[in-house]
Design a binder for this molecule. Structure first.
Ligand SMILES: Cc1cc2nc3c(=O)[nH]c(=O)nc-3n(C[C@H](O)[C@H](O)[C@H](O)COP(=O)(O)OP(=O)(O)OC[C@H]3O[C@@H](n4cnc5c(N)ncnc54)[C@H](O)[C@@H]3O)c2cc1C
Length: 450
């Protein structure tokens, strides 16, 4: 039998669930099909050996991320501040240095001035990028014809500041500066509201964590939707036409008035559409690759770095883990460090065998925090490129030329098919907040069209 519903949502990450929640609130009949045997997509919280929740995917939220905050509050998921007392650590040229404030202040004032200039220049350019239509920026074509790396080499003299900017691209997009269109980086920067919001712990995107883990938001929203959410139902074929939509998912067939496909464009492009997608959409989904990231957690009896006056925040120029944060539960025990292997390093280290990789990770933690860091009671790692239904993380990004030629296809509905997912968001794109916003926007589109 073919159940008929108003809207079928494909994908039960934050975007799909936020869309479904808004539609149900508005009185619509909704069905959500999720490929995996769990909800939450790029958020995934699993207990460590002692039961504390570990976020293997998205975890932090910060100021101006109002839509994820509102959704979390609605379902009773609470937050606490990221620990940031004490000195930060920089491992560079084979040596660990402790510093307060920003990495380039004090010891290297010339680099600090150059960094300030680069940030001002990037933010001024970003202010000229319309969030709804980056390809209409006055200099869109020039900016979309170069990578961030090209710009860095042309505009930034110091190799140290260049490396810092490259690391920002890795840190925020899990890609190399050479991979990413300058126009996309400017759009991304504006979408977050500027560099301070993007990079900050207190006052920025890394400000708070969820006590219950980030996936709890999706789990509780899904619970509130009850039997409308179907797990283990990968959409294989979406038939669409003037009369409606029929989704075929692992032997299940769902007919609906409209569909919201809520996942990264690269993953949406693997579904079969009948009739096929128009060329502009088909070619967009071929051109928006996912970032490369391995997320690492090292768990210790206690956060020994705190006793030594360290915040747990660290950056390393050698890697493989190039940035680390204190990730302890609010009560401060056990000690947890979270680190990221990103971009090219993620591509290289994902292919090494596990023992090699673990040795590389631990050696890096020892460089940063001393010998005690080399002996965690648990070491957890997750490479998102291996994940069939994510294809990489944190997000899909735009290489050169894609915004200019295909940007309009990102959100434009195709008949009765609508597109959601953080990768389609205009505000906080690539973040959980962007995911929620994109789902709510797609739900509004459907409601307006019905
Ligand atoms: C390591 C890592 C760290 C991150 N850190 C942060 C952070 O600190 N803060 C932050 O805000 N964000 C962070 N993010 C990003 C954040 O997790 C994502 O922006 C957000 O979860 C995306 O939600 P979404 O609903 O748009 O997409 P997804 O979560 O990808 O949801 C898409 C869903 O569609 C499903 N699906 C795919 N194909 C099909 C199909 N054919 N049929 C049915 N279902 C299908 C998938 O299984 C998935 O559940 C991080 C992500 C990662 C991986």
């Amino acid at each position: 039998m073919t159940p008929a519903t108003d809207v079928v949502v494909v994908g039960a990450g934050l975007a799909g669930l936020a869309a479904a929640r808004r539609l149900v609130d508005a009185g619509a009949e909704v069905m959500v099909l999720e490929a995996r045997d769990r909800v939450g997509g790029r958020t995934l919280t699993m207990p460590a050996a002692d039961g504390i929740p570990i976020d293997h995917g998205g975890q932090w939220i910060g100021p101006t991320q109002d839509r994820i905050a509102a959704l979390a509050e609605r379902v009773g998921v609470t937050t606490y501040p990221t620990y940031e007392r004490g000195l930060n650590t920089e491992f560079r040229d084979g040596r660990a240095r402790r510093y307060g404030g920003d990495v380039l202040d004090g010891e290297d004032p010339l680099s600090a001035v150059e960094t300030g200039q680069a940030i001002r220049e990037l933010e001024t350019m970003a202010a000229a990028v319309p969030l709804e239509a980056p390809w209409t920026a006055p200099e869109a074509l020039a900016w979309d014809s170069q990578t961030v790396e090209t710009w860095v080499q042309a505009r930034v003299p110091s190799e140290r500041v260049r490396n810092w900017l490259r690391e920002i691209v890795r840190g925020t997009l899990a890609a190399e500066a050479r991979d990413v269109s300058l126009l996309h980086a400017l759009f991304f920067l504006r979408s977050a509201g500027g560099m301070a919001l993007l990079l900050g712990t207190g006052g920025g995107a890394q400000e708070r964590r969820f006590h219950q883990g980030a996936q709890a938001v999706s789990i509780r929203v899904a619970e509130s939707l009850g039997e409308r959410v179907v797990l283990g139902a990968p959409a294989e074929v979406v038939r669409h036409g003037e009369a409606g939509v029929v989704v075929e998912a692992a032997g299940r067939t769902v007919a609906a008035g409209r569909a919201i496909v809520a996942m990264p464009p690269a993953v949406a492009g693997r579904i079969g559409y009948r009739p096929a997608m128009p060329g502009w959409r088909n070619q967009l989904t071929q051109r928006m690759p996912m970032g490369s990231v391995i997320k690492v957690h090292a768990i210790y009896e206690e956060p020994f770095w705190r006793e030594e006056g360290l915040s747990g925040f660290a950056v390393s120029d050698s890697g493989p883990v190039t940035v680390v944060y204190d990730d302890c539960p609010e009560e401060g025990s056990p000690g947890v460090l979270v680190g990221f292997i990103k971009g090219e390093q993620a591509r290289i280290w994902a292919r090494r065998d596990q023992a090699d990789r673990r040795a590389g990770i631990l050696a890096c933690l020892v460089d940063l925090f001393g010998v005690r860091a080399g002996d965690p009671r648990e070491l957890l790692e997750r490479s998102w490129a291996d994940d069939e239904y994510s294809g990489g993380c944190y997000t899909g990004y735009f290489p050169t030329g894609v915004w200019a030629s295909f940007g309009q296809a990102l959100r434009e509905p195709v008949g009765r098919l609508h597109w959601a997912g953080t990768d389609t968001a205009t505000v906080w794109t690539s973040y959980m907040d962007g995911a929620v916003r994109s789902g709510e926007r797609a739900a509004d589109e459907v409601l307006a069209a019905s």
